[in-house]
Design a protein around this ligand. Sequence first.
Ligand code: GLC
Length: 772
Amino acid sequence: MRGHLILNYIKSFQVNNQKVTIQYEKGNIQATIMRSDIVRVVFDSKTSPTHSYAIENEKTEKTDYKVEKKANTIVITTDLLNIIIYPDKYIDVYNHAGEPLVLDYRGSRKKMVRDLSDQQTQLVVAEGHAIDSLVHSTNSQAVKVLHQNEHFYGLGDKTGFLDKRGYVYDNWNTDDPSPQVESFTRLYKTVPFLVGLNENRPFGLFFDSTFPSHFDLGKESNDYYVYTSSDDMLDYYIIGGSDMSDVIGAYTYLTGRTPLPQKWTLGYQQSRWSYESEEQVNYIANKMRKNKLPCDVIHLDIDYMNGFRVFTVNKANFPKFSSLIKRLNLEGYKIVTIIDPGVKRDEDYSVYADGIASDMFVKDAVGKVYQNTVWPGDAVFPDFGREKVRKWWADNIKFLTDQGVCGVWNDMNEPATFNGDIPSDVVFYDELKPATHLQMHNVYGHNMARATYRGLKEQTGARPFVISRAVYSGSQKYTTIWTGDNHSLWVHLQWMIPQLCNLGLSGFGFSGTDIGGFGGDTTPELLSRWIEAAIFSPLLRNHSTIGSRAQEPWSFGEPTLSIYRKYLELRYHLLDYLYDLFAQGSQTGLPIMRPLVLHYADDENTRTINDEYLVGENILVAPIVMPGIKKRLVYLPKGQWYDFWTNHMYIGQQTYVIDAPIEKLPLFVKGGTLLPWRPLTQSVNVTSENTITFKLYGNSGLYEHYQDNGLDFKYENGEYNLYEISVHNSILRVELTHFGYELPYTKITIDKNGSTTDFLWEANNKKYHLSN
Ligand code: GLC
């Protein structure tokens, strides 16, 4: 504060439970201690606060803290944070060791000026170049000190590489089908959650606003980073923690965690725009089984509907829709159907007529139902911000579940429109209050996913499987996501890793890309490398656009088909490892796919690795993401790492040259791992899972394994099993530490460097004994 002229002094402060209100000569700030590692900061504004879409229920936990006035400042101390609030509404947050986490920048912004005359601008634009806008609404803003070695992660699905420093991003859910490049500042999702790493000190900043907002992470200046918003209200959370896992844990404590999915949703999924008839669906199902390609799901894109009318089926092409689904179920397949929000304007169509009669659709400024164009032509849009509309939509899901549909894929829910953007005076409700498109746009997909989740849950009682394109922070409670319309381009394969890793750090543990690429024509090499690279992505789906070259696994013959099969088999062998990670993630908020920096932030080398990822903590994947490459450099972090294919042991904190011919994905398992390995099946069938093997890497290990019916919510009432498997000083043990699921394994095998030991279930004693 030295040399700074104070314009707005602190007058007083009041404490109400864990909320400290600091009164200034002009205005006030509220600092709420949510927990010892989370402080919420709210600045007074013209508008009154609305409820949060991201954070449901009261999240303030009883926490010990101290607040005192020191000279001109108010100092709030918890076990983990030291928060200093200054005159002029500056706030600095330090960790308990007194090291800086998030500090307000004291200078004024020096906005970047593009040195172009009007005439030059015209010339540049005339050739077709875009000049990115430097003007962003600053109804509210936060400007923070940028440290020299600071890195940024999170922010949802933004384009580019892992570290977001130096780039700008917008939060305005957008469907832009052109090939996504680094200059795209926005995609389908709004997750205004930034994970920072300053040296080895992680922090989180969550700006809870649905309004359009903008991040400048060191493009405008090397001295500060900025969040600006068109929202009047500045309402954000500062999160501290001793490591990045704590920060993700705290953010997902606030916004919710990816729940345990049905187990089959982790199987392979085959899609295309579109399998448009029963014959085509049967053909795909048969081809999969004939080629011994494990597969659990076939997706139906928009053409299964009657003229793109949602909640209808094209009877000409699918004359026996429900019997088709029933038969496919017996063959081990589930059917997932797409549903878009745009409802066709057609008086003779019951969903439209019913929606009009019950006032379900968004209206324009003069109260007329608002219309735009999407797949079915003229369409109207359910006003998902209202409870009544969400219930209506949830009830409509019955049409699908009654016919055996097991999951719903929500698309176009930014919402996308073909006939220009939705004007800002169109009225979207925020529950019972009229609001604007500006406020409700970024939660349109979120609210649609909530409604879909609810419909599936009410109708089936199973853990809902929803896939959504547009989301907001917190949608992870209701839906999985995919990254939308990528292209069959190597750079999009390359980006899959940072994009899914950043989504994971943003709370979205269940995510995937269109394998092979959606737009454009894939090649055998790209498809092979994509299935290798993506094999641990939680949502494993091959999908492509209409008119593109076929990219089902057999489309290119050999060797692509065998490579594809090899990796699907690997996925199915390791499915329990993924399911265990989901079980853990539902408690911790940690994702399945993780950037190395999440667990090795103290190792500088990991902070910008874009082409490797961890699966949980125990598997490291180093895919080939460029054409023609047959070997690559792999950095292994600290510890011992075993080559999955050869069992060769490598010492970490070094870079190795690893061979990777077309059929090989470089894969490593951390020393000390007991990796669950299940027998190969062509689809997931939980009730037949009665044996499992744990493969030991190294000399000793300890592993906790979770098991339940993979289907419904009975696990919430204790209907699950927990196993503790250990190898220590040559003593092998298997213990059932929680018994609640009636089908424990009959045999558990520990595989120690090729020598196996079996443990058998003793039903009478409810424990495992070593087989002789
Ligand atoms: C959008 C979706 C894509 C889908 C297509 C047709 O482009 O992103 O996945 O196939 O619409 O429904």
